[in-house]
Design a protein around this ligand. Structure first.
Ligand SMILES: Cc1cc2nc3c(=O)[nH]c(=O)nc-3n(C[C@H](O)[C@H](O)[C@H](O)COP(=O)(O)OP(=O)(O)OC[C@H]3O[C@@H](n4cnc5c(N)ncnc54)[C@H](O)[C@@H]3O)c2cc1C
Length: 498
């Protein structure tokens, strides 16, 4: 069918049929797409956001200094934490979900949140992993097979010493030094960053981005190895995977013969609906992120389109124990330049394990730096469907006993840190915002240990919605991808195929 005929067909309510549909193209979606493509399964990936190709001119994304519509997903302003500046409404990269007790950040575009993430590729310890995950996931196997499988594609590595020694990474060096003084274990961790491109930024051959602390609106130099440049590129080149940007899935439902009907709106870059499409597939993989996947499932349950879904859909959600603090020190810090390359691991904290990650933040004052703490939060939050608006509201009990406990744990780490260094907290841990929404369609409650949704043979959750609220004191992307690799292995080689 030619392109014009195809367009006419869609306009007249044509239903397309494919073997597999993947909703969302972040970590879970990218892994699923590649493995489906390699297995020769015709797959369509529906992604609400646009493509973001890195240009030679270094102007793909907007900057903190000059924000525009590219910064934010269909919003008239940038996020309040980043200034709340009025902008044109556009399909930008950062989407902010304001909930009750929490605001959650996530990405939109081909590559998902990897487009705006820090590149931290961090594996949890076995001991902490089992504080969160059930024994039905074999950590030894993840460690032996699936974490290495993800690393073999992303090829992350620690910041090289010559780059760490530059003025741009002054804060990271200060943190390493101060941690040692406080007898806290600190180290460089693996980053999904092309350090040669960072060297080109330093040499003035590429637009300064990583080294000047760009992050939340994207990295213009191309140093960030987002998923569109590895997993998704490889998926497309199998010839079996078609990625369709600017397609917002609105409904999923059961169709005849154990198939699924997926309804989506094709939008333009201003978010205006230009077409409505229906696809019927045999296998459906949900990878719209914790909030996106959970919202689609809640809607389907509420409207009776997936009647056998568990009552647990929407529950067991958490913020990964995220909290932001500002450390004040009496030295020069370059707080808005490079960073996010080292971690302090206080696993022996007497209250609860804590990690601290310094990162650059626009507008942070000289003499200070911003740090993110991660702790073992419990999945006490939930998403609740609002039928009148057809959206899911996010609720987080920020003052619960467990949240107070982890706040005290973080304060305990800072107390030792500050005592040894003469530093202080200009802002105590603030858990109002998370960059790591997790849960809502979790292992055990909604799916089996391989992501297959209870009650539906061919429906799978392969993203952060699967994880019960915490990634065991780590940033979650590596574990989301490793668990997706594990689920895809089971799907392709195990007993899930018809
Ligand atoms: C600023 C920031 C920095 C971060 N830094 C790090 C880091 O350094 N290391 C780390 O490990 N983690 C980091 N994270 C978290 C990490 O990026 C996420 O945990 C991870 O991307 C989640 O993967 P996912 O597959 O669950 O979903 P996502 O990567 O969020 O992908 C979901 C995709 O689904 C799409 N989608 C949603 N709804 C629909 C719909 N209805 N129809 C079609 N498409 C839809 C979205 O547009 C998105 O592309 C960061 C997050 C943020 C916000």
């Amino acid at each position: 069918m030619g392109v014009l005929n195809l367009q006419k067909a869609f306009a007249s309510g044509y239903t397309e049929r494919v073997e597999a549909v993947v909703i969302g193209s972040g970590f879970g979606g990218a892994v699923a797409s590649l493995r489906l493509g390699q297995a020769g399964i015709e797959t369509v990936v529906l992604e609400r956001g646009r493509r973001w190709e890195i240009t030679d001119a270094g102007d793909t994304f907007c900057t903190y200094q000059k924000p525009d519509g590219r910064s934010s997903w269909l919003s008239p302003t940038t996020p309040s934490l980043l200034g709340g500046t009025p902008i044109d409404v556009y399909t930008g990269v950062l989407d902010v979900k304001v909930g009750d007790g929490i605001t959650a950040w996530r990405g939109a575009g081909v590559g998902g949140t990897s487009l705006i993430y820090g590149g931290i590729t961090y594996q949890p310890t076995q001991e902490l992993f089992y504080q969160v995950f059930p024994r039905s996931i074999d950590y030894e196997e993840l460690n032996r097979v699936y974490y290495p499988r993800v690393r073999s594609i992303l090829k992350p590595s620690a910041i090289p010493d010559d780059i760490l020694a530059t003025q741009f990474y002054l804060t990271s060096r200060i943190v390493l030094e101060q941690a040692a003084k406080a007898n806290l274990k600190a180290r460089k961790y693996d980053m999904n960053i092309d350090w040669d491109i960072v060297r080109q930024e330093i040499a003035g051959q590429k637009v300064p981005s990583t080294i000047v602390g760009a992050l939340f609106y994207g990295i213009n130099s191309g140093a960030n190895q987002s998923l569109d440049r590895n997993y998704l590129k490889m998926a497309s080149s199998t010839g079996y995977v078609q990625i369709r940007p600017l397609h917002v899935v609105t409904e999923i439902e059961e169709a005849d013969n154990n198939r699924f009907r997926v309804v989506c709106n094709q939008i333009n870059e201003q978010g205006v609906v230009i077409n409505k499409k229906t696809i019927v597939c045999r296998y459906l993989f949900l990878a719209a992120g914790s909030i996106g996947t959970t919202e689609l499932l809640l809607r389907a349950k509420n409207t009776g389109k997936l009647r056998r879904l568990s009552e647990q859909v929407g529950k067991l959600w958490g913020n990964n124990g995220d909290a932001l603090s500002i450390v004040a020190t009496s030295r020069q810090t370059n707080p808005t330049q490079g960073g996010l390359v080292t971690v302090i691991e206080d696993f022996d904290n007497p209250i609860s394990p804590v990690v601290l990650e310094q990162f650059p933040f626009p507008g942070a004052p000289e003499g200070a730096y911003v740090a993110l703490s991660l702790a073992l939060s419990k999945p006490e939050g939930y998403l609740k469907y609002d039928a009148s608006k057809q959206t899911a509201n996010l609720v987080w009990p920020k003052n619960s006993a467990n949240n107070q406990k982890i706040q005290n744990a973080v304060l305990d780490t800072y107390q030792r840190f500050n005592q040894a260094n003469g530093t202080s907290l200009a802002q105590p841990p603030d858990a109002n915002t998370t960059a790591h929404p997790l849960g809502g369609a979790t292992i055990g409650a909604v799916c089996n240990p391989y992501g297959r949704v209870h009650g539906y043979r061919n429906l799978f959750v392969v993203d952060g919605a699967f994880i019960p609220g915490s990634c065991a004191c780590t940033n979650p992307s590596l574990t989301i991808a490793a668990l997706a690799e594990r689920s895809m292995d089971r799907f392709l080689n195990g007993n899930f195929k018809d």
